[in-house]
Design a protein around this ligand. Structure first.
Ligand code: ADP
Length: 512
């Protein structure tokens, strides 16, 4: 793995980096864009290059990506971020990867050609297949072994769909000519010139084929879904050796991989049991570290592996809110009562008057812990004095109530008390929302200085193997930009949350 141009870079057995290799590049392969983020050996974010790629919607409910386009753009972003900052490839100690999860690629191991476009996590084409698996009584087995709910999101039914629908695929798979991977695996296989066919536990645990307790591909699920094991990658620790990429005469080891949400949890250094992160994007994604044992959920949350280091898995509970920042977009683009999302903060802060208005943004039903697909959005508590400001304030509050719903469910399922919440995503910039969140949760909400938490997680995992930091040092390097401490009377907190719960109840079942 050594090259002539880089004198003694890394031995491929995982030696310490030699002088001059002071940087990491995190490849953050998201659902809509590819980013490459340059991080130095002190954990500081130096720069970023980003480019969107094409979304394909061949039929209603179907979403595809071109794996070759993703690979090209991801490579170009790697080059671009180094170029922009004048960093030679030979100064890069390691690469880390964070990726959109569950998205499924199958390719020919000889030609490297995908047999079909990637089927994206959002793609619903296998919903009826899931229904028939449910009728076969597989739901409980799936939950028990994989920690997941039986759903078309996860890779398993997408692989099965390819086996059933791509001409000749079963035969080629039986001969061992084909390989499956989530996007991390696809990138690693290509970047290493076909040397390494591997994934990490966090990605494996989103396939709906991986036994998260035993930490192995589950033979019963493979059989039930008729998926040959020869397709599947080797599952490795999230921080460790994933081979090396050759670029511009240098060899750069790939040393860290995690699915995007888990990477963000790592980037936020939520290493203690009871620490959680919430990402406030279009939807909200919440993960809580539950320590070294999987916790099963009674509330319809997912149990997943956050990462595995030196053979030791750390587990998490995961939940999401369908409509988070999307509710703010609705204020802007639907109701047109704000001009920009950022403006919502000042309006909420300025809103005086009665604070009893509650907005339930159940535009697409309600997820955990309610699981009511018939619920619809509703506004309660209107009076003659209710104006734009009050509606904006109540809509911001609805994000915080929904995140509390999920975190309360996590605490209930696990018996673990929430210690603190770390936040990221676009709407985490909103001070009013963050303060209200702290008030509702009765824990400190911490907003980090480095907002690219997903990429930072990939860099963090890779940097562990380079002697740049250990977990403790990594945690110390993650500085907080602002802390929001609870500042509300307990009786007031209770009253507001009870009102929210009342409102949710009344919005429930609307379309039934
Ligand atoms: P995604 O990754 O899902 O596209 P982002 O993390 O980029 O989301 O966040 C964008 C979302 O955050 C949008 O839904 C937007 O309405 C919301 N948002 C952005 N800035 C603010 C703000 N200052 N206050 C409230 N919401 C915001």
């Amino acid at each position: 793995m050594q090259t002539t141009q880089t004198p003694m870079p890394y031995a491929s057995n995982g030696d310490q980096p030699l002088a001059g290799r002071r940087y990491l590049v995190a490849l953050d392969q998201g659902t809509t864009s590819c980013r490459a983020v340059l991080v130095d050996s002190c954990g500081a974010l130096i720069g970023m290059a980003q480019q969107e790629f094409t979304q394909h919607y061949p039929q209603p409910g179907w979403v595809e990506h071109d794996p070759l386009e993703i690979l090209d753009i991801q490579r170009a972003m790697f080059d671009r971020v180094l170029e922009q900052h004048g960093v030679p490839v030979s100064a890069v100690a390691a690469i880390g990867i964070a990726n959109q999860r569950e998205t499924t690629v199958v390719w020919d191991r000889h030609s490297g050609q995908p047999v079909h476009p990637a089927i994206v996590w959002q793609d619903r084409r296998t919903a009826s297949l899931c229904e028939s698996l449910r009728k076969q009584g597989l739901e409980d087995l799936i939950r028990e072994r994989t920690g997941l709910v039986l759903d078309a999101y996860f890779s398993a039914t997408k692989i099965r769909w390819l086996l059933d629908n791509v001409d000749g695929m079963r035969g080629r798979a039986a001969k061992g000519d084909l390989l499956f991977g989530t996007i991390d695996t696809w990138l690693v296989w290509n970047l290493t010139g076909g040397d390494v066919h591997a994934t990490d536990v966090s990605n494996a645990s989103r396939t709906m084929l991986y036994d998260i307790g035993k930490q192995q591909w589950d033979p019963d699920l493979l059989q039930a879904l008729q998926i040959p094991e020869s397709l599947l990658p080797e599952v490795r620790d999230s921080s460790g050796n994933f081979g090396a990429m050759s670029a511009h005469g240098a060899t750069i080891p790939i040393r860290g991989i995690a699915g995007d949400q888990q990477a963000a949890l790592f980037g936020q250094a939520a290493f203690e049991r009871g620490m959680a992160k919430s990402t406030y994007g279009t939807g909200c994604f919440i993960l809580m570290n539950t320590g070294d044992r999987p916790v099963s959920s009674r509330s319809g949350l997912l149990t997943t592996i956050a990462w595995r280091l030196n053979g030791r898995a750390c587990y998490a509970l995961e939940g999401s809110v369908f409509i988070g920042g999307a509710a703010i977009q609705w204020l802007r683009d639907g109701l047109r009562i704000i001009e920009s999302a950022a403006e919502s903060q000042a309006m909420a802060e300025a809103a005086g008057g009665d604070d009893a208005v509650v907005v339930v943004p159940a535009f697409a039903g309600l997820g955990a812990p309610y699981w009511d697909m018939y619920a619809r959005g509703a506004i309660f508590g209107l009076t003659r004095d209710t104006g734009r400001e009050q509606l904006v304030r109540a809509t911001l509050q609805s994000l915080a109530f929904q995140v509390r719903d999920v975190l309360d469910a996590m605490a209930g399922d696990s018996g673990i008390q929430l210690k603190k919440l770390r936040v990221d995503g676009g709407a985490a910039a909103n001070d009013y929302l963050m303060q209200f969140q702290a008030d509702q949760l009765d824990v400190t909400v911490e907003r980090p200085a480095a907002i690219e938490t997903t990429a930072m997680g990939a860099a963090g995992l890779a940097g562990l193997t380079c002697g740049f930091w250990d977990l403790k040092k990594w945690a110390a390097l993650q500085t907080t930009q602002r802390k929001f401490r609870p500042d509300i009377e307990p009786s007031d907190r209770r009253l507001r949350y009870q009102r929210w719960q009342q409102a949710v109840k009344r919005a429930g079942g609307w379309m039934r």
